[in-house]
Design a protein around this ligand. Structure first.
Ligand code: SAM
Length: 337
């Protein structure tokens, strides 16, 4: 295990997560991690550059991570795992591996986990994939979302949806102004009282569906997206990290970076300032950066040293270096739209 980066707010280790989390240095952190937020190597049917396992080998490896992760968590901590879809090699058939992986993880009896909620992150800018079946044969539609699985050891992990409010729509703002609401029974059977929607709660409650905004090179980057908790700015190709990698001639910035707004959303939603956030497959360290911006402590692990070097770039970002006081960005701006 190599400690490769240390900042005011966190530490980045190089090595295999399953080994590192079992080391003495990490044992003292058991039961102290409030959030594990990660996108593991996907269960692909063909190997990617960062060495994904395939098939049953992946399933066994992934299932065995569950008790290791669960042991790190506080009693009311959460595990968030982002995972995309997979396809059978040479066939227009979706793979069951991602679903089987989730099942084997959450059902590992040594972990005592349950699925709290599923989220979907839709990215309209995703390149058409699986290309053969979408663009050549034209028999499948574009695979354009990832799943985020939220798991915990308790039915009531720490969570507060008032910390990730969306700005009210124009019609809701008008309604709050007029204080006049069409109450009564709806075709769905819901009975809406005359006062149900008249209290200004600072914003509307987030849904379990995110949409990544289309890339627009003329628009300023917002990072993490402070204005709308679930329309996430697509900053991946235009943020400080991407620009600096380009300036420094880094040929291979991490190829599978998480959306910054997604990381920020869950950190804000499921942790408080000062809590520990761990990403055991941290790559370019989106999780660590978002944690630092939001005043959380972070721990990161990745098998590849080159990604730790890339993480260091994130921590040169003036938006972080000049940050005087971490702010509750979502709450602060829920009214400002
Ligand atoms: C999907 S990427 C994570 C990207 C990251 N969320 C980001 O925003 O940059 C998965 C990462 O897991 C790392 N990895 C694969 N197997 C690992 C293992 N056993 N232990 C630690 N890291 C591993 C890979 O090197 C890769 O960087």
């Amino acid at each position: 295990m190599i400690l490769a980066q240390r900042t005011k707010s966190g530490r980045y280790y190089v090595g295999q997560s399953e080994t590192i989390l079992d080391c003495r240095a990490f044992r003292s952190l058991r039961g102290k991690i409030q959030l594990i937020l990660t996108s593991p190597p996907f269960p692909l049917n063909e190997k990617k550059s960062y060495g994904n396992m395939t098939g049953d080998k992946y399933l066994e490896w992934f299932a065995n991570l569950a008790p290791i992760f669960a042991e790190m968590l506080t009693g009311d901590g959460s595990i968030l795992i982002e995972m995309g879809n997979g396809w059978e090699p040479q066939r227009p058939v979706q793979s069951l591996l991602p679903l089987k992986s989730l099942m084997s993880f959450v059902e590992n009896e040594r972990a005592g986990l349950r699925l709290i909620q599923q989220f979907v992150c839709y990215n309209p800018s995703r390149l058409p994939s699986p290309a053969q079946w979408v663009t050549v044969n034209r028999i499948r539609t574009v695979d354009s979302f990832t799943n985020i699985w939220w798991m915990a050891k308790s039915d009531f992990p720490k969570a507060d949806n008032s910390k990730v409010l969306r700005p009210y729509s124009d019609s809701m703002i008008r309604l709050l102004d007029k204080k006049d609401f069409n109450s009564g029974k709806r075709p769905s059977g819901h009975d809406i009282s005359s006062s149900a929607f008249l209290r200004d709660c600072g914003g509307s409650i987030a849904h379990n569906f995110f949409e990544v905004e289309s890339m627009d090179s003329n628009r300023d980057v917002r990072l993490p997206d402070p204005f709308n908790a679930f329309s996430l700015s697509n900053t991946i190709s235009n943020d400080f990290f991407a620009r600096t990698c380009k300036e420094r001639g880094i040929k291979k910035p991490h190829p599978a970076r998480m959306q910054m707004g997604l990381a920020a959303f869950f950190i804000q939603y499921l942790t408080d300032r000062g809590d520990w956030v761990l990403d055991p497959f941290a790559g370019s360290n989106t999780t660590g950066y978002a944690s630092a911006r939001l005043g959380r402590k972070w721990l990161a692990i990745d098998a590849k040293e080159e990604y730790v070097e890339q993480s260091k770039i994130r921590f040169e970002d003036p938006a972080l270096v000049n940050l005087k006081e971490p702010t509750n960005e979502y709450q602060q701006t829920a009214h400002s739209n």
